[in-house]
Design a protein around this ligand. Structure first.
Ligand code: 5GP
Length: 181
């Protein structure tokens, strides 16, 4: 027996981390902590949402084949360390990777048994509001994220399931059901 590998993807700003925060209240899920080269936002603690690393540290992790997948996103690099994922799956936990589309594609190739879920916003305006709500970021970075989000939306047909983020509870229920299948 082994747990299920679930990839939760979707445009940046769609609300994936809110869903993850809710899922964290439930048992039997393991949440991968990604390494990233982007600087921490206000309340982010190192080792919780992310492990914040330098470009050099990230390079080293690639060289040492520490990543299951990694990708560039809006000027920074993000990667999933593979060892904790494999240990959790072996321990029969469901593993959730909250990652962007390129990473999801890599996981699809490497782990064909993974379930790929695309979370989409109810509409594009809702997404823009959320992205703009992150006042910590410069206008140039916000613009880049908006453009990326538009591109990302086009990838939904590559996923096993598409869930619209109308209500957090509904999305959580759908993911729990998927893990139990
Ligand atoms: P943010 O900077 O807003 O926290 O995340 C930006 C994007 O990077 C989000 O779409 C998030 O899902 C994605 N992301 C976070 N960790 C990883 C990872 O380990 N690998 C990949 N490919 N994407 C990630």
């Amino acid at each position: 027996m082994s747990g299920k590998l679930i990839v939760l993807s979707g445009p940046g700003g769609v609300g994936k981390s809110t869903i993850v925060a809710e899922l964290k209240k439930l048992p039997n899920f393991f949440f991968s902590v990604s390494a990233t080269t982007r600087p921490p936002r206000n309340s982010e603690v190192d080792g919780v949402a992310y492990k914040f690393v330098s470009e050099q540290q990230f390079d080293r992790m690639i060289k040492e084949k520490k990543f299951l997948e990694w990708a560039n996103f809006a000027g920074a690099r993000y990667g999933t360390p593979s060892e904790p994922v494999d240990l959790a799956l072996k321990a029969n936990l469901n593993v959730l990777l909250e990652i962007e589309i390129d990473g999801a594609r890599q996981v699809r190739k490497l782990r064909p048994d993974a379930k790929l879920v695309f979370l989409q916003p109810p509409d594009i305006q809702a997404l823009e509001q959320r992205i703009r709500g992150r006042a910590t970021e410069s206008e140039a970075r916000i613009k880049a994220r908006l453009e990326l989000a538009q591109e990302e939306m086009a990838a939904s047909n590559e996923f096993d399931e598409v869930i619209t983020n109308h209500h957090v509870d509904e999305v959580v229920r759908a993911l729990v059901a998927l893990a139990a299948r």
